[in-house]
Design a protein. Structure first.
Length: 176
């Protein structure tokens, strides 16, 4: 009986330490990936600003080709968006909407992942001679949620790898 009590106390102490340590972890997470594409910003921008064209190179479309997608708002630019629903836990459910758009330069996107929280995403296009550097970024705030702060340690690897895949697909598509 004493052994069980000691194990229980040990587990409770470990959980308390994990929660306390979580508050030392970063509250905000930032992920960013860039690629240089041999195309003008004018050629690239529509593939970022139009949710239907975004779906053609999005890494999540490849994860679940059967994902249900509904386009919302405008067709392109500020106010354009989409909702998705997937049985695949790597895709899940959510929505996004372009909240700010500067043609051929940048886009800001509000993202909602339901119970998993919200985030913002962005695209920046920077001309570089005949090429364009495309940067895709992601920012989220874990607040005071200890689990989300621990999860934040994995954010760069998980989201960053998908962003890199998506940018590679976009590059191949535009440089054909």
């Amino acid at each position: 009986m004493k052994l069980l009590k000691n194990i229980f106390v040990g587990i409770v102490l470990l959980l308390i330490v994990l929660v306390l340590v979580s508050f030392l972890l970063p509250q905000k997470q930032h992920v960013e990936r860039s690629i240089e594409i041999s195309a003008s910003a004018e050629k690239i921008y529509p593939h970022l600003a139009d949710p239907k064209l975004f779906g053609e190179w999005s890494p999540w479309s490849k994860i679940d080709p059967d994902m249900k997608v509904q386009y919302t708002g405008l067709a392109s630019g500020k106010g354009a968006g989409m909702k998705w629903q997937s049985e695949d836990p790597n895709v899940g459910i959510g929505s996004w909407e372009i909240t700010d758009a500067v043609e051929n330069k940048s886009l800001n996107v509000a993202m909602d992942f339901g119970d998993q929280g919200t985030a913002t995403s962005f695209f920046r296009l920077l001309p570089s001679g005949a090429n364009t550097q495309v940067t895709w970024g992601f920012d989220t705030d874990a607040g005071n949620n200890p689990m989300m702060r621990w999860f934040g340690l994995l954010m760069d690897k998980m989201v960053g790898s998908e962003y890199a895949k998506g940018l590679e697909t976009l590059k191949k598509k535009l440089e054909k």
